[in-house]
Design a protein around this ligand. Sequence first.
Ligand SMILES: [Zn+2]
Length: 80
Amino acid sequence: MSAWFVRSLDHGDTHLGDPEDSAVVRPAPAVAPRCAPDAPFHPMNRRPMDFCFFEWQMCRDCLAVVGRPRDLRPLLAVAG
Ligand SMILES: [Zn+2]
């Protein structure tokens, strides 16, 4: 089970980490994100989040790693 950790307040900078990972304890001192396991960071949130509050927080690469791509629909321009 993965949980979300906030690296910064920028768009897409909330990443999935593994709470079972020994590097992730509460409070989490460092998180190895699923999208870049060799680049751990110190999360802003002290507790793992089961879900993001805002869609724009989620990292697209982390979503792809766990096989849950965002449900994005292309914008359609309709000529009237
Ligand atoms: Zn990520």
